[in-house]
Design a binder for this molecule. Structure first.
Ligand code: SF4
Ligand code: SF4
Length: 323
């Protein structure tokens, strides 16, 4: 059911505006050096957000096996990635989460996790903030807005308060204060909009969170929602898909092409399949070439690799760029 829906939305996304590759003018390839190994280790999440491009929720059970996790660590040892980006779902809910953080830390990689924060309110996960601190893991935390109403609209009732409580705990652990304990926030628009200026938003977040809650953080990333997953479904149902795709297309900025995530990333799904980015992963679009899983990929498959693109890529090139 999820599979059918994914392809129906992608077909519509591809039909609404001219082809991404034609707009770019050439076929995208990865850089000579791949910096980031991104690991999408679970589809389970304690939340079920409207904009989730992976349609994660508490009922999903897909989780990375220890076999796949060990192969990821082997790849980390054989290729000089600088960063390991651990995501999900709520990655903390995966059985291999702590194993991967510990192994990547031993290899002196910069480890970062994408967190929805609220998971740390649950009894089984209350130890995680201290665990992250011990391993100096960078936290990229979703906070769709600096006010309750808009955040709860996107993520569910009570999520804003739950997030604020955890941000305070992270500050108490020196996250956002100590130079090697980075706490970065992520803003997502709540409708069929493209984010306003990242610098302006960051300034407003900084002032509001400090004044209202005494919270500090390092940087804010403004992410344009990809027209796939739950958000694509909502765009289609609310008849906003054409308008949104045209907004993305009309905001195309060729200056950000060099920096889109796929040019320096390899993304591994929980089942060991390999993708150019988290969005392609969500659509089930594997990398080009014959080696398509963590069990058969070699370091020769990483650099100067042609990237699989489609019109969902316009969300990475709109305005100041986002991925
Ligand atoms: S957007 Fe993040 S927090 Fe929300 S359901 Fe998806 S994985 Fe969970
Ligand atoms: S969606 Fe993925 S493949 Fe397309 S431009 Fe963005 S990062 Fe690259």
């Amino acid at each position: 059911m999820i599979w059918n829906f994914k392809w129906i939305i992608l077909k519509k996304v591809n039909q609404t505006v001219p082809k991404f590759n034609d707009r770019v003018g050439y076929k995208l390839k990865t850089k000579n050096k791949i910096d980031i190994l991104q690991l999408n280790i679970t589809r389970t999440c304690n939340l079920s957000c409207k904009h989730c491009h992976l349609s994660c929720n508490p009922n999903r059970r897909e989780d990375m096996s220890l076999d796949v996790a060990k192969k990821c660590v082997e790849l980390l040892k054989s290729y000089n990635f600088s960063t390991v980006d651990i995501t999900g779902g709520a990655p903390e809910m995966s059985g291999v989460f702590k194993y991967l953080v510990e192994e990547a830390s031993k290899l002196n990689k910069n480890v970062m996790i994408r967190s929805n924060l609220t998971i740390y309110n649950k009894e089984d996960y209350k130890d995680i903030p201290q665990f992250l601190r011990n391993h100096k893991v960078d936290i990229i935390a979703s906070l769709p807005f600096y006010e309750r109403e808009k955040t709860d609209k996107v993520r569910g009732l009570g999520v804003f308060e739950d997030s604020i409580r955890i941000l305070k705990i992270l500050n108490e652990l020196d996250y956002g204060k100590d130079y090697d304990l980075n706490l970065n926030l992520v803003y997502n628009p709540s409708g069929a909009m493209i984010p306003q200026s990242e610098e302006e938003l960051e300034q407003v977040y900084r002032v509001k969170l400090k004044e209202d809650y005494g919270i500090i953080f390092n940087d804010l990333f403004a992410i344009t929602n990809s027209p796939i997953g739950n958000f694509g479904k909502w765009l289609d149902k609310s008849r906003n898909l054409d308008r949104y795709m045209n907004r993305l297309y009309n905001s195309f900025n060729d200056e950000v092409i060099e920096e889109v995530m796929c040019r320096s990333t390899l993304s591994v799904d929980y089942d060991g399949t390999i993708h150019d980015c988290d969005f392609n992963l969500s659509l089930g679009l594997g990398i080009k070439g014959k080696n398509k899983t963590i069990f058969d990929i070699t370091v020769n498959d990483l650099e100067n690799r042609p990237i699989v693109t489609a019109n969902h890529c316009y969300s990475c090139t709109a305005g100041a760029g986002s991925s």
